[in-house]
Design a protein around this ligand. Structure first.
Ligand SMILES: N[C@@H](CCC(=O)N[C@@H](CS)C(=O)NCC(=O)O)C(=O)O
Length: 248
């Protein structure tokens, strides 16, 4: 899907978004707008800036006012934060959100909930596409978060008829929960049949497969991410390419 700037905007003609992201293996927040844009066919230039250990914030500051990824640049507009990026895209692409008002309200609520919650999953199960991992233990708080997120996903699939969370089309809410599906795989979290079918559907997307192939091909390791893992349990399988460097 190619974007033509509207008459009256600063740039006439074809324009290209620039999306700054972190390592595909680790960066769950980057995954969200990247997957949305790829799946909907919204063209953009990808700029992958690897995590740099203790220098990450300084490196990211060069292009991101919050020193975080993802960050979208659109000519002179700089948009920080995955949710704000999605809303910015929605101003030009109506496919970003479901068309029906009630469904759209649910999708927005689900994204907001992901964005401001599910801390146990986010903290105790960091995204790491290339490994299979056994957690030392699943705390009651983590189990409660998993149950809550699974109920939310099942509600969407049942209420709106699937195969995507808000019905027939892939929208922002699918992109927002893709890193959760990734974590379910990495941490071997059991899925109900309806969630397994949904996860298979998302994993069959070319966009998902591209991200995963590129994540696993990364030869880069970020020490803080690796150290965090070591406190949580044991790597059972590591499918990532051989390490060439790590950040201090
Ligand atoms: N609320 C932000 C969170 C962004 C975020 O935390 N990004 C992480 C990578 S997934 C980051 O940039 N971390 C930088 C660091 O660790 O210094 C969003 O939704 O975009």
């Amino acid at each position: 899907m190619q974007r033509i700037k509207l008459k009256g905007s600063k740039v006439q003609g074809v324009s290209m978004y620039k999306l700054y992201i972190g390592n595909k293996n680790y960066s769950s927040w980057s995954f969200r707008p990247w997957l949305l844009m790829k799946t909907l066919g919204i063209e953009f230039e990808e700029v992958l800036v690897p995590f740099a250990g203790s220098n990450t914030a300084a490196q990211f500051k060069a292009f991101s006012p919050s020193s975080l990824v993802p960050c979208l640049h659109d000519y002179k507009v700089v948009v920080n934060d995955s949710l704000a990026i999605i809303e910015y895209l929605a101003e030009e692409y109506q496919q970003v959100w479901p068309q029906e008002k009630r469904t759209r309200a649910w999708a927005r609520s689900a994204c907001a909930q992901m964005h401001s919650g599910f801390f146990e999953i986010r903290n105790q199960c960091p995204m790491n596409c290339g490994i299979t991992f056994k957690l030392n233990d699943i705390s009651a708080a983590l189990a409660a978060d998993i149950e809550k997120v699974q109920a939310l996903l099942e509600y969407g699939l049942q209420q709106f008829g699937g195969p995507f969370l808000a019905g027939n089309h892939f929208t922002a809410v699918d992109a927002f929960y893709a890193p959760v599906l990734s974590r379910f795989k990495t941490y071997q979290i059991e899925l109900s049949p309806i969630l397994k079918a949904y996860s298979d559907k998302i994993e069959s997307l070319v966009s998902w497969q591209t991200w995963y192939q590129q994540a696993i091909a990364e030869t880069f390791r970020d020490d803080p991410h690796e150290a965090e893992l070591a406190t949580l349990g044991t790597i059972i399988e590591d499918r990532r390419a051989i390490v060439e460097q790590s950040a201090g």
